[in-house]
Write a protein that binds this ligand. Structure first.
Ligand SMILES: Cc1cc2nc3c(=O)[nH]c(=O)nc-3n(C[C@H](O)[C@H](O)[C@H](O)COP(=O)(O)O)c2cc1C
Length: 345
């Protein structure tokens, strides 16, 4: 079974759903001594198998396959759908876009997705938005696959320990992408990573991985000093040569003209953090469909925006530390982080 102590560098490249993770990226991280991940939330079983097999051909290092725990979707009323579609209509986008009401199934069947995982046997399996079933945890353990679950507060962490998971990914409010809270609409304590780490390290009997806003070796050291066994970095890898981040998204991450980050439900129906743009501002206080129907509904907007390099309508997921983004290869980034961790510049 995977142990964090076997890593050369205690760094997990975060799973990033939506096609940003590639076998090239994940394998480069593994080959540089860390853990390479895939965000397979919306990915069909065939592509899960293909990505894992391709990665295995490029590295023998530990790979993480990550999935969302989707909640059953309550079908919205006709009026809610009309209002949500109206909120998305009339954006001025080159090439235009059409809006189609999503139909069932709204998300992939995790049992089918996991068949591909069982066949490929990655080192670890992680989950966002909740805890997988007991059967899934048992099936992973029977194959020596380590299981991790995101927590944003102590209550979630306690439930993760009780379920028999092997480690917790502590997600601070600084993190880019979706908040991993178990409840999509419940109270969110919005804890900064350092406070969350202190609370979870004191409480939990299993290893804690720190995530949220960590961009440099010094950031990593701070998290390790607070008791984390490793860190999970997403934004920090977005500008790596091996990542499939679109060029216009990279330019915004690397731009000196800093914009604030912002949380929005506008793109997917669940709160996620990214660099503020026209879409996020326009969608403040506007009605949305439940997650992930809103995500499917806005797919055509995001695609048209990516095609025309229009950053104002793309989901520019990024953590609060994004201004420290670095454009380099994974090997260079990992070397730089290692140097910074050992006190070098
Ligand atoms: C573009 C992007 C996509 C993400 N997608 C996922 C995902 O599919 N699954 C997941 O568990 N976390 C996802 N996250 C959150 C990361 O696991 C992690 O919490 C976050 O990247 C840490 O903050 P940082 O981006 O400041 O490093 C995503 C983050 C980003 C930036």
């Amino acid at each position: 079974m995977f142990e964090f102590s076997q890593l050369e560098l205690p760094i997990i490249q975060a799973p990033m759903a939506g096609g940003l993770n590639t076998p090239l990226l994940a394998s480069a991280v593994c080959n540089a001594g860390g853990v390479g991940s895939f965000g397979f939330a919306y990915t069909d079983a065939e592509k899960v198998a293909q990505d894992l097999a391709q990665t295995k051909a490029l590295t023998s290092g530990p790979v993480n396959a990550n999935f969302f725990i989707f909640q059953p979707v309550e079908i919205p009323s006709k009026q809610t759908i009309i209002d949500a579609v109206a909120a998305l209509s009339g954006f001025s986008l080159e090439g235009g876009y059409s809006l189609a009401i999503p139909t069932q199934p709204f998300f992939p069947d995790i049992i089918l997705q996991l068949e591909a995982v069982w066949a490929e046997q990655p080192a670890m399996l992680t989950f966002h938005f909740g805890i997988p079933s007991e059967e899934i945890i048992q099936a992973a353990h029977a194959r020596e696959i380590s299981v991790g679950v995101t927590a944003t507060n102590v209550t979630e962490a306690r439930a993760i320990v009780k379920a028999g998971a092997d480690f917790i990914v502590a997600q601070g409010i600084e993190a880019g992408g979706h908040r991993g809270t178990f409840s999509p609409d419940g109270y969110d304590s919005e804890l900064p990573l350092e406070q969350l780490l202190r609370e979870l390290v004191a409480e939990a009997s299993i290893p804690i991985v720190a995530s949220g806003g960590l961009m440099t070796g010094l950031d990593i050291n701070r998290a390790l000093n607070l008791g984390a066994v490793a860190v999970q970095m997403g934004t920090g890898f977005l500008c790596c040569d091996e990542s499939s981040t679109p060029s216009s998204y990279r330019e915004i991450l690397l731009s000196d003209a800093l914009r604030p980050t912002q949380f929005t439900r506008g793109f997917s129906g669940r709160r996620a953090q990214g660099i503020s743009n026209h879409f996020m501002v326009a969608m403040e206080h506007k009605p949305t469909l439940p997650f992930p129907i809103q995500n499917t509904l806005t797919g055509t907007v995001r695609k048209a925006a990516a095609k025309s390099n229009d950053v104002e309508f793309q989901s520019l997921w990024a953590g609060k530390g994004y201004a420290k983004s670095r454009a380099m290869s994974v090997a260079e980034l990992m070397q730089t982080l290692q140097k910074e961790m050992s006190g070098g510049k």
